[in-house]
Design a protein around this ligand. Structure first.
Ligand code: ZN
Length: 305
């Protein structure tokens, strides 16, 4: 399975509204789920989107404002009831780990699952996960408090094997991995079969950057340069641009500029202020800066990466 998909559980800003839920997303990669931020109500959205808790092993918290992590005690309490023997790693700052540890201790007591913390240093770029198919890296954002973004990057994939040709040339199963790596095949009689005859180019590798909460800052561009899809803080429109930087947020136009400078193919706008009854104009303002695809985030949205 090569699926790499973003699920948006919540994309509103701090003040609760009937229009949007607080921040939370789930990345699916192959059979695993990775949650980014866990605002209030995230577990219900998680269930509504038919995501499976037994596939969720990693939760990343961008910063310690309530709208990005207050759903976590509830989610972990539910997992404690149903996911005994499960293992969960929460990637957060030292203070977040301290807070969650005491909260979990109080609410759940002895967790019947294995709860680990991976401490993020918000001042630097840090590799959080590096497995066979995916790397997850945190990088500094520029908010009113320490905050980080996350970059999910698929590793280069193996070449596709042409099953018919492989059978025709008698390639045994154990030699398939070498074919995926691009090696030629040598038959037992010494005949060399060129890799190009047996395989075709691999599927492109996807990448995704989560950049909220943050004010406009060009250092973010350096951290995500060349990314395929970027989700960026677009709390405000032009009419409220004066509020953005003082509150540690960005406008949709600034999100467009970051995506353009980073060379992204696609921009997802989110973390919307509750003051707008429609986000259409945010999309238009971002489009004046960025000519790639622009998507307005929304609860329940699934996007292939
Ligand atoms: Zn915040």
């Amino acid at each position: 399975m090569d699926n790499f998909r973003l699920n948006i559980l919540g994309c509103g800003s701090a003040t609760p509204s009937f229009r949007h839920q607080p921040s939370s997303q789930v990345i699916e990669h192959r059979q695993r789920l990775y949650m980014i931020d866990c605002g209030e109500g995230a577990q219900l959205q998680f269930m509504r989107m038919r995501l499976k808790m037994n596939r969720l092993n990693d939760i990343f918290i961008s910063h310690l404002h309530g709208d990005h992590f207050l759903g976590l005690p509830g989610l972990l309490s539910t997992m404690a009831l149903h996911e005994k023997g499960h293992s969960v790693t929460v990637h957060t700052f030292e203070r977040g780990a301290e807070l969650l540890r005491s909260m979990i201790d109080f609410i759940i007591g002895d967790t019947p699952f294995n709860l680990n913390f991976n401490i993020i240093d918000p001042t630097k770029r840090q590799v959080l996960i590096d497995d066979k198919g995916l790397t997850v890296t945190s990088f500094p954002l520029y908010h009113r408090v320490a905050a980080v973004g996350f970059l999910f990057a698929e590793k280069p994939k193996g070449r596709h094997i042409n099953g018919e040709m492989a059978r025709f040339h008698g390639v045994p199963n154990y030699a398939m991995e070498a074919l995926r790596r691009g090696e030629d095949f040598v038959k037992p009689d010494g005949t060399l079969i060129k890799n190009a005859l047996l395989t075709s180019d691999p599927s492109p590798s996807g990448s995704y950057a989560y950049c909220t909460d943050t004010m406009f800052d060009r250092r973010v561009v350096a951290s995500i340069r060349g990314v395929d899809t970027v989700f960026h803080d677009a709390t405000y429109g032009d009419s409220d641009a004066h509020l953005a930087a003082p509150r540690g947020h960005s406008t949709a136009r600034e999100a467009g500029e970051i995506a353009r400078r980073a060379g992204a193919r696609r921009l997802i706008l989110g973390h919307f202020s509750k003051r707008y009854t429609s986000e259409e104009m945010l999309g238009r303002q971002a489009a004046e800066e960025f000519s790639g695809d622009i998507i307005l985030a929304n609860e329940g949205l699934r996007i292939d990466l």
